[in-house]
Write a protein that binds this ligand. Structure first.
Ligand code: ATP
Length: 206
């Protein structure tokens, strides 16, 4: 199985990296790809370009061959939708189940995603626990999709949902951005080379 870990990564932090490492092991993934999303221009902090978010992910995973970077959404012009990205991956990775990983907060917003129900045509979804977020109750749409054994995901290419407990790390990119703005010490929330990158490029300053 190949895992996809989507996100904004503004910036990438240990909440992402530790949970990615855990699910890589738990699901015995062939690889886990971080897939930074492009953002609508009006939401992007002008000081942090998509290329910089990408570069920070690359720096963070450099020494971890099990973690990969998939830059397709940022390399593509304009805003891209996860459903189109997964459809593309499904065509490329024939006969390998794809698992889209997301935290409970992202899952609670899933029904607002573009053509969200079609995501299940191309991938399984695994919802990871995240401190301070409780996954919403599942509507009947999920009745035939919910599985309670990890291995069930291997038996088909797509269409299932599974809930995975991961280590509680109450770290968010929002808090990290605030720490920089308020000149607080962000050590141990994200890798030191990323902290250096942020300082060198004067990101997240007031
Ligand atoms: P922001 O605070 O800017 O919203 P974030 O910390 O939530 O950022 P994202 O890049 O938006 O980071 O998250 C990408 C994915 O990683 C999402 O599915 C999110 O739920 C998950 N995630 C982020 N931090 C954690 C964490 N500490 N534990 C579990 N999952 C996490």
């Amino acid at each position: 199985m190949i895992g996809i870990y989507g996100g904004t990564f503004n910036p990438i932090h240990y909440g992402h990296l530790r949970t990615a490492t855990e699910v890589h092991e738990l699901f015995a993934l062939q690889e886990l790809r971080f897939l930074p999303c492009s953002l609508p221009a009006h939401r992007e902090n002008p000081s942090v370009t998509a290329e910089m978010r990408l570069e920070m992910v690359q720096i963070a995973i450099n020494d971890y061959p099990q973690l990969q970077l998939d830059a397709r959404e940022i390399n593509r012009a304009g805003v891209s939708y996860m459903v189109d990205t997964l459809a593309e991956l499904y065509t490329e990775l024939t006969d390998v189940p794809i698992v889209l990983f997301m935290g409970a907060d992202a899952f609670n917003g899933l029904s607002t995603w573009h053509r969200w129900q079609e995501l299940f045509n191309y991938a399984h979804i695994v919802v990871m626990t995240r401190p301070q977020f409780v996954p919403d109750a599942l509507p009947s749409f999920y009745n035939d999709k919910l599985v309670t054994m990890r291995d069930s995901l291997k038996s088909c290419l797509s269409g299932k949902i599974f809930f995975q407990k991961v280590r509680d790390l109450d770290i968010s990119a929002t808090n990290i951005r605030h720490a920089f703005i308020e000149y607080k010490n962000p050590s141990f929330l994200l890798p030191e080379p990323i902290i250096e990158y942020i300082r060198a490029h004067n990101l997240y300053s007031a």
